[in-house]
Ligand binder design. Structure first.
Ligand code: ATR
Length: 288
């Protein structure tokens, strides 16, 4: 990396932020394209978020990403929010416009769709109902992506029923698919005739409990996706693979969500290549 007097700057605000892989992936692209730029971790306490964001234009930053716990709070702290981010209820990418205004967007729905396109190109919404496990921030982005892709039926399965009902209400659009809410105990049953199963819960992540689900009712043609990427091959994906399903791991979503921000800040379109995937994977394997 070369830091000149004209280095373009971007970064990620989080609290904590040290675990984030975003610096590794953006700096991979900066090196790959020989761009005079830097992408840095920005540890920002929740109570300092508004102050930190408003300083971006003054510091000459092109923008930033947001991670936990700032994605929801940022909605109120930027000058404009794109309609999709507003529906999802979270901002993960901010671009500083030429006039210094902060433009907030959410690239997670795009990233989910791109990851599915890469690893399950045969999937189409017509394959059957999509079953989404979870109703948190990630589920909201996945459901938005599925609506955009033309899903006819989405089955939301969550431990806390109210949260799933709230998600269904918030994301409903005029030409909406049927979004049904299922109790957590009905998760095995919800799989019948499904064309896609997506885990958006934290279950199966290293350090979290396993996701207990019986895939027996899932049609063999269904795609199984997990947004967890540590470990890369979750127990859900192993079980699905053994049954012959096409499986999609969560790492691609992490890589794709970064692309729109990079292009806006550094002026170069980038791809989620094998090289990038290998570079980020090596940071997952290494000591923290
Ligand atoms: P994110 O923003 O990454 O989606 P989140 O908002 O904390 O994270 O959501 C985590 C999801 O995992 C939720 O759907 C949560 O269910 P609740 O809404 O009932 O909390 C789900 N989850 C976490 N631990 C779980 C568990 N032990 N059993 C079932 N679901 C669980």
């Amino acid at each position: 990396m070369r830091i000149s007097g004209r280095t373009r700057l971007a970064g990620i605000m989080g609290w904590p932020v040290a675990h984030s892989r975003s610096p590794a992936l953006h700096n991979f692209w900066l090196d790959e394209h020989g761009i005079d730029g830097a992408y840095v971790p920005l540890p920002v306490r929740p109570e300092h978020l508004a102050q930190a964001l408003s300083a971006l234009p003054a510091l000459g930053f092109r923008g930033c990403n947001l991670t936990m716990p700032h994605k929801q709070a940022a909605l109120a702290a930027v000058d404009c929010v794109d309609p999709l981010a507003r529906r999802i209820g979270a901002v993960n990418t901010i671009v500083v416009a030429a006039d210094g205004r902060l433009e907030g967007s959410n690239t997670d729905a795009y990233a989910f769709r791109e990851n599915l396109r890469d690893h399950a190109p045969s999937w189409s919404a017509a394959r059957g109902p999509a079953v989404v496990l979870g109703a948190g921030g990630a589920a909201r982005a996945v459901v938005a992506a599925l609506i955009e892709a033309g899903s006819v039926e989405i089955r939301l399965v969550n431990r806390t029923r109210d949260r799933a009902e709230c998600l269904a209400r918030d994301l409903a659009v005029a030409a909406a698919p049927r979004i049904s809410v299922w109790g957590w105990e009905a998760r095995d049953e919800a799989l019948h005739e499904a064309g896609l199963l997506v885990n958006t819960t934290s279950l199966g992540m290293t350090g979290e409990p396993e996701l207990a689900i019986d895939l027996a009712r899932l049609p063999p043609t269904a795609i199984v996706a997990d947004i967890v990427y540590v470990p890369l091959e979750t127990a859900l994906l192993s079980a699905a693979r053994r049954r012959g399903h096409v499986v999609v791991d969560g790492l691609g979503m992490l890589l794709h969500q970064a692309r729109p921000g990079f292009a806006a800040w550094f002026g170069v379109p980038v791809d989620a290549t094998r090289g990038l995937r290998a570079a980020v994977l090596s940071t997952l394997a290494g000591p923290r």
